[in-house]
Design a binder for this molecule. Structure first.
Ligand SMILES: Cc1ncc(COP(=O)(O)O)c(C=O)c1O
Length: 356
């Protein structure tokens, strides 16, 4: 069966040069060649996250680093405030609970943004060791107002800000240091347009200081062990070495495009898809908070989304149904990663042919 071009919110399409990088000969992870490669990744990763701190590379998907953030940043008997307005916010709260953390949830309806004053009100009932926020809710196509929420959290020096940027990093500006984010985590297979299999996290000095006060950080995702090995340009356990070759190649491609240009391309694609969707359907996300990387479209015409995807497959394309309970009621078009204007135009043209 021919593999369709992916317009789903991860995995996204990977450039052939990056795929080719995966098949380079293996190197040992305790060799000088590896240390060179790993060292060369750091400055480019720091640019990507706009941080002067470190960026850990984890052989896991993004969920692993959600677990890492919850485990390392919340002390025994202390609480974590989870902002939940979609499936991934819910999931991260579950991750914290599964790690024995005391979770307090502040909620907004799916498709509505978390308001900074909701966080402010919840924090007044503190103390909290951390606030956990999904920057871009992939399930609803909504971008939460991270800089404004970060400003609120900054009033509480004991409270760390943990941000899931799984479907936003690389597609929209995120200023880790300037906004005061303590852990900013992402997966490879979304706006970075890498194969699935690794995850990245910018981690602040404050987060590391907190980790020292947590007795049970687990084993595989212990930030202090990540830090010890990073100092030697290594990882604690055998990493997904082919993915590091791919990351090396893709960081060069991303920086050659230019971060500003990359963000502008994402913004233009988002505008195009959202304008198209407004004319034919409606947007699921609240006005003013539409995601720059994935658009969730309310299925006002009651089209058969599975039939649409079968039709698109015939033309070598694939979009996404609504997430979980939104299946059928919404569908999602991702415009993240290396996708071009021409590819989006071709997709929209095909969907127009289906609904005509
Ligand atoms: C916002 C968000 N957080 C977390 C995840 C989980 O990431 P992963 O599948 O890389 O563990 C996803 C996956 O789609 C996501 O969109």
């Amino acid at each position: 069966m021919a593999v369709p071009r992916l317009f789903i919110p991860g995995p996204t399409q990977v450039h052939p040069d990056v795929l080719a990088a995966l098949s380079q000969p293996q190197i040992g992870h305790r060799t000088p060649e590896f240390a060179d490669l790993f060292a060369q990744l750091q400055p480019r990763l720091r640019r990507l996250f706009a941080t002067r701190h470190r960026v850990y590379v984890s052989t896991s998907s993004g969920t692993g680093l959600q677990e890492a953030a919850s485990r390392n940043c919340v002390r025994e008997g202390r609480r974590i405030l989870h902002a939940v307005n979609g499936a991934f916010g819910q999931r991260w709260a579950e991750v914290s609970r599964a790690n024995g953390k005391e979770v307090v949830v502040v909620e907004a309806p799916w498709g509505k943004a978390i308001r900074p004053d909701q966080i402010a009100e919840a924090l007044r009932d503190g103390p909290f060791d951390a606030v956990a926020l999904i920057h871009n809710e992939t399930s609803t196509g909504l971008l939460n107002p991270l800089p404004e929420i970060a400003q609120v959290v900054a009033d509480y020096p004991e409270t760390l800000l943990l941000v899931d940027a799984v479907s936003s990093l690389g597609g929209t500006p995120i200023e880790v240091d300037r906004w005061g984010i303590d852990v900013c985590l992402t997966s490879s297979q979304k706006a970075l347009a890498l194969p699935a299999g690794i995850a990245l996290a910018a981690v602040s000095d404050r987060a590391l200081a907190r980790a020292k006060e947590v007795a049970h950080r687990g084993y595989y995702f212990d930030f202090l062990v990540f830090e010890k090995y990073l100092a030697r340009n290594q990882t604690p356990a055998t990493p997904a070495i082919p993915h590091l070759f791919a990351l090396d190649r893709q960081l060069d491609r991303i920086l050659a495009e230019g971060l500003e240009a990359r963000f502008a391309r994402h913004a233009a694609l988002a505008r195009r898809v959202q304008e198209w969707a407004r004319q034919r359907f409606a947007l699921f996300a609240e006005a003013g908070y539409e995601s720059p990387t994935v658009t969730a479209i309310t299925n006002t015409r009651r089209i058969d989304v599975e039939a649409l995807n079968r039709f698109l497959r015939l033309h070598g394309m694939l979009i996404s149904n609504g997430y979980g309970r939104l299946k059928g009621q919404t569908f999602r078009i991702a415009h993240m990663g290396d996708v071009t204007q021409g590819e989006i135009e071709a997709l929209l043209e095909r969907i127009d042919a289906f609904i005509a």
